[in-house]
Design a protein around this ligand. Structure first.
Ligand SMILES: [Zn+2]
Length: 303
């Protein structure tokens, strides 16, 4: 069983305190995994992270009928095609889901070679149908050992799920061309008030509703995190299902910063966490419609 024992991914500190035991699928508590807050920089993260115990898998039901996501990603592709003027030879997407963004991007740069890394095999099959011109690898980017050099990397709603975000971001950085760009989207922050169709009121809403989630930055802290690997070219935000989604277009830094040694967000993040209500009954799942759809659509096969 793969176990990730991580120091704080942002600052490297081992000095952290317990926020809550991690949640498993259907709201049960994990006996081993914990959500902790770094006392040095304030990052909230899961440690240890044991993906096999988490019991949550994405499948095609996770994206609903695609209406909201499809429209949003079409807009993203248009903005990217305006902002990235150069000819791209090699494009990768990490966690493409059914391939909706990849399809739009492929139409904008039809001559570029495209590789998609989608670990949920059933979803990867659909991505292959939706983007027949792309190579689809049914594995995580980490597992794939991809040997290429990317001019454009796409990572939308993915990095908060990574069990070792620091190691994966370093691998992504290493796989980029010197003048390569990356587009990252995230709506998971310590102070987030809503995920898509899901208001965040309790600790479970923020931390447990998707038990694969692994890192919760403060928004300002996240921008500083990105700057450790990349130069921020532009960023924007838009709203889907009541959730504010932040998009960041970045260019590769030639020398990444090792560990963060600046401002701490510990107090701000503790305050953000303190706004959350306790869950009324830890044994009683409070499934909201969007999440219920995810559970019922899931084809979990793990232990
Ligand atoms: Zn830290």
């Amino acid at each position: 069983m793969q176990i990730y024992l991580n120091p704080c991914p942002m600052c490297g500190s081992d000095d952290s305190e317990l926020v809550t035991p991690a949640y498993l699928k259907n709201k049960k508590r994990c006996d081993f995994q914990e959500i902790r807050i770094c006392r040095t920089c304030g990052l909230v993260y899961k440690n240890p992270n044991i993906p096999e115990l988490t019991g949550f898998e994405y499948d095609i039901g996770s994206w609903g009928d695609g209406k909201e996501f499809g429209e949003r990603l079409s807009g993203v592709a248009s903005v990217l095609s305006q902002q990235i003027k150069t000819n791209l030879k090699e494009i990768i997407e990490i966690g493409p889901g059914p391939g909706w963004l990849a399809k739009e991007i492929h139409e904008k740069w039809p001559d570029a070679r495209m590789t998609l890394f989608e670990p949920a095999v059933e979803v990867a099959r659909i991505a292959k149908k939706n983007v027949p011109g792309a190579a689809v690898i049914p594995a995580t980017f980490d597992e794939s050992g991809w040997p290429g050099v990317a001019d454009l990397v796409l990572m939308c709603g993915v990095d908060y799920l990574l069990p070792n975000i620091r190691r994966t971001m370093r691998k992504v950085w290493l796989s980029m061309a010197d003048d390569g760009v990356i587009y990252i989207e995230r709506n998971v922050f310590v102070e987030s008030e809503s995920f898509v169709w899901l208001p965040i009121q309790t600790q479970y809403d923020l931390i447990g509703v998707n038990s694969m989630m692994s890192t919760w930055f403060n928004f300002e802290q996240y921008r500083e995190w990105l700057k450790m690997f990349f130069y921020l070219l532009s960023w924007w935000e838009y709203t889907v299902g009541g959730s504010t989604i932040h998009g960041f277009l970045c260019r590769k830094r030639q020398d990444p910063v090792n560990y963060w040694a600046g401002k701490s967000w510990y107090r701000e993040n503790k305050l953000s966490l303190s706004r959350l209500q306790d869950d009324p009954d830890p044994e009683q799942p409070m499934c909201k419609p969007w999440y219920r759809r995810m559970i019922e659509g899931s084809t979990h096969k793990g232990g």
